[in-house]
Design a protein around this ligand. Sequence first.
Ligand code: C2O
Ligand code: CU
Ligand code: CU
Length: 438
Amino acid sequence: GKNILYYEVEIKEFKSQVYPDRGPATLWGYDGISPGPTFIVEKGTETVVRFINNARLANSVHLHGSYSRAPFDGWAEDITPPGWYKDYYYPNSQSGRTLWYHDHAIDHTAENAYYGQAGTYILHDPLEDALNLPSGYGTSDIPLILSAKQYTPSGSLFSPASETTSLYGDVIHVNGQPWPFLRVEPRKYRFRFLDASVSRSFLLYFERDAKVGTKVGFDVIASDAGLLTAPQRVNELYISMAERYEVVVDFGEYKGENVTLKNAREVGADRDYPDTDKVMKFVVSGNQVDDESRVPAVLRSVPFPETKSQVDQHFKFERSNGEWKINGVSFADVANRVLARPKRGTVEVWELENSSGGWTHPIHIHLVDFRVKKRVNGKRSVLPYEAQGLKDVVWLGPGETVTVEAHYAPWDGVYMFHCHNLIHEDHEMMAAFNVSVL
Ligand code: C2O
Ligand code: CU
Ligand code: CU
């Protein structure tokens, strides 16, 4: 028989105290912690996860980055009410990567995710081991899940439920802790960044406290769909909601120093808050270690879709009459919300146009990994670390049009695509596509 791994996760309430002089916030998360428990799964090993809902709101679980069959993809209306559970089946057939699981329930994804329903799911491909990157979960391979929260004077979370545009948050959290510090050895580390915030994008850089103003260079080695073709040396990294970037930072020369992870500026139309320029601190201590890990010049041959020039779909992400829409359609418009019908096994080119004024939208397409081909009418061109790997989320700046190309291969079925600003998503900036068999 087949080897299927079974897990059980209970969504339940817990308390978290951020301010010593205010009460604790009541959150609800997977297994009562936030981020939820980290899954580490070998590529090709199937998993079944029973998500038991013992929280207050209905939920739907999406494993973001997975080639899931439609019934297990966290369809927004496939909700599990409090007191019920659902078993989700994951084939884990995609390339090794950092996935994340989070809530996707209709109309209150922002609330559920913000109150704790997000966690990391690492799909490990044994082929990666030969590369000798820094390894060992929790020792020198560490997920860093960014989020931004806002608290009320009594210490509870300021709810996103009544927001209609954004919730930026003025308290930056990493792995659920506000502005934490991490003790590291003078050696290389692999950090898996995920921006799990509701509406906040980051421009990250590392700075030695002893040399303020000088950015520490690092290598971007992976994005949403796993390893890039080759490491990209940078000194700053854009990351937007739901994007994942993995980096290798070498603290080898900074023994006895502190290195601060900073946020250079808020991307797009974000509000300005005083303390959002810093994220966390690394305290480099301990003795020089024998660090045999490395960043090889070639990482893998990325399975880019066969390139084609024809454009199959053009989608406008817009704001009309105070509502967020895609090509004039909202997700509530059930009869019209299937906006594309790619044939299974074919490659399609989609143009994503931001025609919503100064707003920004990180656009996520479920089921597929895409290549970012072109970026026009905005401030950036395609970044090397966007282009050298496959992605499932792409940031759309004000006025920009981004062209993406994907192989609609894994399965047939109806899947969602949407803005990953969770307020926009809940306010109907979401549609569906139907992959049909040829
Ligand atoms: Cu990360 Cu449709 O979501
Ligand atoms: Cu997804
Ligand atoms: Cu948006």
